[in-house]
Design a protein. Structure first.
Length: 156
């Protein structure tokens, strides 16, 4: 009888353990790359701005903004890049930057990646509402701010 109970207990635990491993949590759904494009910007509408976010399963996020020649994939330079962490709470992704680098001259649209300067301080960079089953991240505009309608689309 004890052997049967032990055997039954092992079977129940193995089924329970397998079902726990197969569950997909919010972080696993978010993991991947997202992109936002702003086309035909600059003084002569010659640039495209491409912003990318890469969410990793360990809670780390990498982000970058590049300027490319309009209508091409030719990267002319970087506007910013950062490393940080993220958390998901109530359908909102909050990104906290740990290291941020950006153009030194605000009048310049981009610089070489090595010429970007370190921005001191840890801050919440942005918050996004999760939409369409993690296929879109919609930027949340803070109160009393004038924001663009920024939507990052999952690319993989």
């Amino acid at each position: 009888m004890k052997q049967n109970l032990l055997f039954l207990g092992i079977i129940v635990l193995s089924f329970y353990g397998c079902s726990q491993e197969n569950e997909i949590g919010p972080i696993n759904e978010l993991v991947g790359s997202y992109e936002f494009n702003m086309k035909n910007v600059g003084n002569n509408y010659e640039l495209d701005f491409v912003d990318r976010l890469q969410f990793n399963p360990d809670g780390v996020v990498y982000g970058e903004g590049v300027a490319s020649l309009s209508g091409t994939n030719q990267v002319l330079g970087y506007r910013y890049y950062f490393n940080g962490s993220y958390k998901i709470e109530d359908g909102i992704v909050s990104i906290t930057e740990a290291e941020t680098f950006q153009t030194q001259d605000e009048a310049s649209f981009f610089d070489a990646k090595d010429d970007l300067v370190y921005k001191d301080g840890r801050q919440v960079w942005d918050q996004f509402a999760i939409e369409d089953n993690y296929q879109k991240l919609h930027g949340i505009c803070p109160p009393n701010a004038n924001c663009l309608n920024i939507i990052f689309n999952k690319i993989y």
